[in-house]
Design a binder for this molecule. Structure first.
Ligand code: HSE
Length: 441
C-alpha cells in the first residue's frame, strides 16, 4: 500500500489530536483513501511531557528542521501558531518540496499572500481547513462545494470563547468579567484571552473567509473589528427584552465593487438560526445566489474537532500526491482573481440598523431633542423603550433605528452626548434584522 509520510511540527493540543486521530482511525483512513497517512516524525520544544498518547520510540525531536530536511517526508503540518518561526518553517518546507498543512489563521490572515504565492512558485499545496471554524469544513465548502455561487453574504459566529461569554451573560445575567472568569475556569479562554475577546481571532478567520468568497487578498486592515470587552450586561438584558441575543458576529457582504468585512457585537433576533448557536459552538450562515441559504454548525475549537480538519487536509493532499498533481484547487478559491475586483468598504460607509442606549433625564422634550439629532442625519427611529427608575433622575432610553449610515450614527452619538440632559456616551450596538431594513434613506 502507498504511504504518505508526514512530519508534525508542534505537539500541543491540536498536534496531539492529529497524532491520536492517525493512530486511532488509521485503518478507517486506509480503507477510505487506499493509502496510509504515516506520521514519520514530531517536533516540539518539549518532548518529555506526557500527552496521553503512545508515541513510537524515536519519533520525537526538538529540531523542526530535521523534519523539513527529511527527503522522505511529503507533508509538513505546522501547528505551533504565531508568526515566527512558523512562517519560516512553512516557507522552508515549501522550498524543500513539501506540501504544508497549517491551522495558523493569524499567520495566513496577515502573510497569506506571500505564503500562497510561495506554494504556487514551488508547485506545492498549502492547506488550512483547521484555521477557520475548527471542525466545520467551511474552507472546502466555500472553495469547492459552493463553487457555483456568488456569495451574497456570509455571517459567522467564529469565536467560541466570545460566544460562551455572551451566552453566559444572556442566560445567567453575568457581567462580562464574571463570564470571562467562568470561561477561563472551564479552559475555554486562554490565560491571555486578548485575541479572542477583542475580536481579533474572529477577524483573522473572517479575513480568510472574505478572500475565499470574493477573491480579495487576505487583509486584516480591511476588516473592521470591535470586541466584546465593553459590553454591559444591561444591554444584553435590554436586547433580550426586545427579542434579540447579542452575538459577536463576523460579516462579509457583497456590495458590488466593494466588500464589507466586519466583526462586532450584534443584536440577532431570537428567531434567526444564528441566535440559537450558543456556548462554545461556531456557525456560518452562507447565502449563495444559486444555492440560497445554508447553515454550517459545529465545534470551532478543541483537540479532536480541529484534528478532524487537519487530517482532512492530509487526505486531500495525499490523494493529489498519488495522482501526481498539486494546485488543483486554488488556495484562495480563485485561479484568475475576481473579474469584479473588490475593495474593502470603510466602516463609515456601511448601512445597518442600530440599537442605541442613552442615559437621559426623564423630563419633557429630551426625546424630541434626541429624535431631532437623529432626524437631521437621516436616521429613522423604529421604536423607543424607556426603563423607569425611581431613585435617579437619569433613565436608560433604548432606541432601535432603521438602516442608517455609520458615519451619520457616529456624528449623532457625539451630538447626543453633548446634550445637557444626557449623561455619558450613548451605547451603540449594530443590529442584523431584516424586518428593520425597509427604510433605507
Ligand atoms: N480561541 C478560539 C475560540 C479557537 O475561542 O474560538 C481557536 O481559533
Amino acid at each position: 500500500m502507498d504511504k504518505i509520510q508526514i512530519g508534525l511540527i508542534g505537539l500541543g493540543t491540536i498536534g496531539t489530536g492529529v497524532a491520536k486521530t492517525l493512530l486511532e482511525n488509521g485503518a478507517l483512513l486506509e480503507d477510505r483513501l487506499g493509502f496510509s497517512l504515516s506520521l514519520k516524525g514530531i517536533a516540539d520544544v518539549d518532548i518529555t511531557r506526557d500527552r496521553g498518547i503512545a508515541i513510537p520510540e524515536g519519533m520525537l525531536t526538538t529540531d523542526a528542521n530535521m523534519l523539513i530536511n527529511d527527503p522522505e517526508i511529503n507533508i509538513i503540518i505546522e501547528l505551533i501558531g504565531g508568526t515566527d518561526p512558523a512562517k519560516t518553517f512553512i516557507l522552508n518546507a515549501l522550498k524543500k518540496g513539501k506540501h504544508v498543512v497549517t491551522a495558523n489563521k493569524a499567520l495566513l490572515a496577515s502573510h497569506g499572500k506571500q505564503l500562497f504565492d510561495a506554494a504556487q512558485t514551488y508547485g506545492r499545496d498549502l492547506y488550512y481547513e483547521a484555521a477557520v471554524g475548527g471542525g466545520i469544513p467551511i474552507i472546502k465548502t466555500l472553495r469547492e462545494a459552493l463553487v457555483a455561487n456568488n456569495y451574497t453574504f456570509i455571517y459567522g459566529i467564529l469565536n467560541g470563547t466570545c460566544n460562551y461569554i455572551l451566552t453566559e451573560m444572556g442566560e445567567k445575567g453575568s457581567s462580562f468579567a464574571e463570564a470571562l472568569g467562568q470561561a477561563k475556569e472551564l479552559g475555554y479562554a486562554e490565560a491571555d484571552p486578548t485575541l479572542d475577546i477583542e475580536g481579533i481571532d474572529a477577524a483573522h478567520k473572517l479575513a480568510l473567509v472574505t478572500s475565499l468568497a470574493y477573491g480579495v487578498p487576505p487583509d486584516m486592515k480591511g476588516v473592521y473589528v470591535e470586541g466584546i470587552t465593553n459590553l454591559d450586561k444591561l444591554d444584553v438584558t435590554f436586547a433580550r427584552e426586545l427579542g434579540y441575543k447579542v452575538k459577536l458576529l463576523a460579516l462579509t457582504i457583497d456590495r458590488g465593487s466593494k466588500v464589507e468585512a466586519r466583526v462586532h457585537p450584534t443584536l440577532v433576533p431570537f428567531n434567526y438560526l444564528l441566535s440559537k448557536v450558543d456556548g462554545v459552538f461556531n456557525a456560518f450562515y452562507v447565502r449563495g445566489d444559486i444555492v440560497d441559504s445554508t447553515l454550517f454548525y459545529g465545534r470551532g475549537a478543541g483537540m479532536m474537532p480541529t484534528a478532524s480538519a487537519v487530517v482532512s487536509d492530509l487526505a486531500d493532499i495525499g490523494r493529489n500526491i498519488l495522482a501526481g498533481i498539486a494546485g488543483r484547487i486554488p488556495h484562495l478559491g480563485y485561479r484568475k482573481g475576481s473579474s469584479v475586483p473588490k475593495r474593502y468598504m470603510p466602516i463609515d460607509d456601511i448601512y445597518t440598523n442600530y440599537y442605541l442606549r442613552i442615559n437621559a433625564l426623564d423630563k419633557p422634550g429630551v426625546l424630541a431633542k434626541v429624535a431631532g439629532i437623529l432626524g437631521e442625519r437621516d436616521i429613522s427611529i423604529v421604536s423607543v423603550m424607556q426603563k423607569g427608575s425611581e431613585d435617579t433622575d437619569f433613565v436608560p432610553v433604548v432606541l432601535l433605528t432603521h438602516e442608517a449610515k455609520e458615519s451619520n450614527m457616529r456624528s449623532a452619538v457625539q451630538a447626543i452626548s453633548k446634550l445637557s440632559e444626557v449623561s455619558g456616551m450613548p451605547v451603540v450596538i449594530r443590529v442584523e434584522d431584516r424586518r428593520l431594513k425597509n427604510k433605507k434613506p
